[in-house]
Design a protein. Structure first.
Length: 442
């Protein structure tokens, strides 16, 4: 499509005070439009200013069709206007349209974001706020350890990382549901909440100074905006190399934990990125998976542990460490792994007697250039792992670690050796396609 020959689609930012929120230029575009697209409530708000001959289309539940509506109208030379709340480029429809139409096909005429408006009502500066949105499908109330598909997952990740937030809610993901999530995650005493209801409408109301627990029981009028700010300062967090005492372990029976030195090397060999998807098989106390989750803040860790007591300990460690991008299954691998997304990195701390099958499954599912890191303390498992990797023809190596720690003896110190641990590492190398050039006759 030649952008010089088409009439641009105007994406107008509007507020709930109707025509009073529009500039003369925006109002003129609306009055001249031959196709007006918007939500049912927004179309009704501006019906008196839309030409009687203009076609109106409700985009509610039909967002994926909007680019085609615009493209078809532009193809026959029609003037198109899309009505969007607030700033269409702040968690709005404009970015969606620009990604599916050429950017030259649209013109955005912004308004004040309702997030900015809520901040203005409370006199809160917003330049350092994290703007978030929970305009997603209804996934129900938050459950600890929920996966990234949950509608509140991204918001909780933002809450973990920021001190002040402004949130666009939805009819499903409401302020009281957000408050219940904070209670579930042990954050109820860390934040205060304010809710701005029906901004720019006659029934506008600002509710501030409410505790998170109180907000769990309050029904708020829709539409609304939530503001959150920390009431207690966060202590700076150590991201890597946590001491073993940071993790709860089973007592009086000796706990299952990958010791600090081995954990540090294992995490390094996994070649983690901020958005890595990680599998932690045989989680034990959860130390490797939980520390990986701290490093992969934009990613997610999927863990499995067969021992019921250790599974409970992992959950308590997750809550105590304030980690939300970590999901745990109580079970025995490989059962349940088929529901997990393909991993970038996998750590195996315990195999439950299914080692060879696990290795084959992991390397089949792993993304290209991903790393598998396994810890062993027995010669038998070491040998089985190496033979399995050989049979699969993948690149592998073995590293033996044996740390010694100083311990007091009378008025002096001695070195006490820890048990040796073998790290078996394998990489799934991406298949490189080669093009064979054949010599042609001149």
């Amino acid at each position: 499509m030649n952008s010089e020959r088409i009439e641009k689609c105007r994406v107008l930012g509007v507020l709930d005070d109707g025509v009073n929120s529009l500039s003369q230029s925006a109002l003129a575009h609306l009055g001249q439009a031959q196709l007006v697209i918007g939500g049912e409530r927004t179309l009704a708000l501006f019906v008196a200013h839309i030409s009687p001959t203009a076609q109106q289309r409700d985009l509610t539940g039909a967002l994926s069709q909007v680019p085609e509506w615009i493209r078809a109208a532009q193809a026959v030379g029609q003037r198109v206007v899309v009505l969007a709340t607030g700033d269409p480029l702040c968690h709005g429809i404009a970015a969606y349209l620009a990604s599916r139409l050429c950017i030259e096909a649209i013109e955005v005429i912004p308004n004040v974001s309702t997030l900015q408006l809520a901040c203005a009502r409370l006199g809160l500066p917003w330049q350092d706020m994290k703007f978030s949105s929970v305009h997603s499908k209804d996934a129900g109330d938050w459950v600890a350890g929920s996966e990234p598909s949950h509608g509140l997952y991204a918001l909780l990740r933002d809450i973990r990382q920021h001190d002040r937030l402004a949130v666009l809610t939805s009819p499903f993901n409401t302020p009281d549901r957000i408050a219940r999530m904070l209670v579930t995650e042990g954050l109820a005493d860390d934040f205060e909440m304010a809710v701005a209801e029906r901004l720019c409408q006659p029934g506008e109301r600002i509710v501030s100074g409410i505790s998170i627990r109180a907000a769990t029981q309050i029904p708020f009028a829709d539409p609304n905006v939530v503001l959150l700010w920390r009431s207690t300062l966060r202590a700076p967090q150590v991201l890597f190399g946590l001491p073993d005492v940071s993790f709860e372990q089973r007592h009086p029976e000796k706990g299952l934990i990958t010791k600090n030195e081995v954990r540090a090397v294992s995490l390094a060999r996994m070649q983690l990125r901020s958005d890595s998807v990680v599998w932690d098989i045989g989680a034990g106390s959860g130390s490797v998976g939980l520390e990986a989750a701290r490093l992969c803040r934009q990613g997610h860790v999927y863990a499995i542990e067969k021992n019921v007591d250790d599974s409970a300990i992992v959950q308590r460690n997750r809550l105590a460490m304030g980690i939300s991008n970590h999901s745990l299954v109580h079970g025995k691998a490989p059962e349940g792994l088929q529901h997990w997304p393909d991993p970038d990195a996998v750590f195996v701390g315990g195999s439950g007697g299914e080692l060879a099958e696990l290795i084959r499954l992991i390397l089949q599912r792993m993304k290209a250039d991903g790393w598998l890191v396994m810890n062993f303390v027995t010669i038998e498992n070491l040998g089985l792992a190496v033979e399995t990797l050989k049979s699969l023809g993948v690149a592998w190596d073995v590293l033996q670690l044996q740390a010694s720690r100083s311990k007091p003896i009378l008025h002096m110190n001695r070195m006490a050796a820890e048990n040796p641990v073998w790290l078996v590492c394998a990489q799934k190398v991406a298949v490189q396609k080669t093009v064979k050039l054949e010599k042609s006759d001149d």
